[in-house]
Write a protein that binds this ligand. Structure first.
Ligand SMILES: NC(=O)c1ccc[n+]([C@@H]2O[C@H](COP(=O)([O-])OP(=O)(O)OC[C@H]3O[C@@H](n4cnc5c(N)ncnc54)[C@H](OP(=O)(O)O)[C@@H]3O)[C@@H](O)[C@H]2O)c1
Length: 293
């Protein structure tokens, strides 16, 4: 399959480029330097030049607290960007897949959020991501929205690498014990994104690693145990004790209503992903991606 991937320099983008290349796909990957997805003309130009069968958008401005004080930049990257890509995909007859977030939900529900639950985003970031979902779907019927959350993997900044790095430097790190999500291994998410590209079935999918989810602290403790870090440097704190610019959902665990009926196998558990992740970083295994059109 000829696949155009944006945000290829990010956590998920890197994993996806690697997975698709290993899968034998023809991959055209753009990081932010080669394509700013909020630039409509450039998006049109590149997508029509490449004429892919699928466009998969991994680009987003993911600084949740930063978005809170810059609505314009948040909307440009997270709402206008996907809309531009969706329109360009429609114009060349390509499937469009864009990644969204568990933060579109307000976290008030107990249990798991499914596609039957109404989004109610709390932060500027989450509002712009929901707008990105909707504006993409309006532009192009052949759009797949993949909501995910709590991603960990090689490269890029994420909750897990930040905590492990801090603790390894002998600093104290904080993790919340009373907020829950469904941790998701970037490599497994990449696998499912490619599978969905093959399936070509428009709709909203919730894609997370298997299991009942975890609190941030339980997840961090498990990671530190596997990475051989001193867990006593991890300070367990409550959700209400952290004052951060952007509000976040207390519970954002996801479950998919569609995957099983469609015959998609559950992804491996987050614990299994964590083991593979820790093994990979311990081997200092880094693969370079190719960027540019
Ligand atoms: N990480 C999580 O836990 C999580 C949870 C739920 C959903 N998601 C979603 O998953 C997707 C992938 O996130 P990620 O974790 O891979 O984030 P990431 O590591 O921050 O990667 C996002 C990439 O997009 C690039 N980017 C930002 N603005 C752009 C623009 N206007 N045009 C083109 N590229 C731009 C960033 O470049 P710069 O670094 O140069 O800005 C970065 O390389 C996003 O849609 C995100 O909202 C992530």
């Amino acid at each position: 399959m000829k696949i155009f991937i944006t945000g290829a320099g990010g956590l998920v983008g890197r994993a996806l480029v690697e997975h698709c290349a290993e899968n034998g796909d023809e991959v055209v990957a753009c990081d932010r330097a080669s394509l700013d997805i909020s630039d409509r003309n450039r998006v049109d130009e590149l997508v029509s030049k490449v004429s892919p069968q699928a466009v998969i958008n991994c680009a987003a401005w993911t600084d949740v607290d930063g978005c809170e004080s810059d609505v314009v930049r948040s909307d440009a990257a997270n709402a206008l960007g996907p809309e531009n890509l969706a329109r360009a995909s429609r114009n060349v007859g390509a499937l469009f897949i864009t990644i969204s977030t568990d933060y579109v939900f307000d976290g008030v529900k107990e249990g798991f959020y499914t596609q039957r639950d109404n989004p109610n985003p709390l932060s500027v970031y989450a509002k712009s991501k929901l707008a990105g979902e909707r504006r993409s779907q309006l532009q192009h019927a052949r759009t797949i929205v993949v909501r995910t959350g709590f991603i960990f993997g090689v490269g890029g900044k994420n909750f897990l690498s930040t905590i492990v790095e801090r603790v390894r430097r002998g600093e104290r790190a904080k993790a919340i014990s009373d907020a829950w999500g469904t941790p998701t291994y970037a490599d497994d998410l990449a696998f499912r994104l490619r599978e969905l590209a093959g399936l070509d079935l428009p709709g909203v999918f919730h894609v997370v690693s298997s299991g009942d989810g975890a609190s941030y602290s339980a997840f961090a403790q498990e990671a530190m145990k596997l990475a051989g870090c001193d867990e006593s440097n991890l300070e367990v704190v409550s959700f209400d004790s952290l004052t951060r610019p952007a509000p976040r959902p207390r519970n954002s665990r996801l479950r998919c209503l569609l995957s099983e009926p469609l015959g998609l196998k559950p992804l491996p558990s987050w614990q299994d992903g964590l083991e593979r992740f820790v093994e990979r970083i311990s081997q200092k295994h880094t693969k370079k991606s190719q960027f540019g059109v």
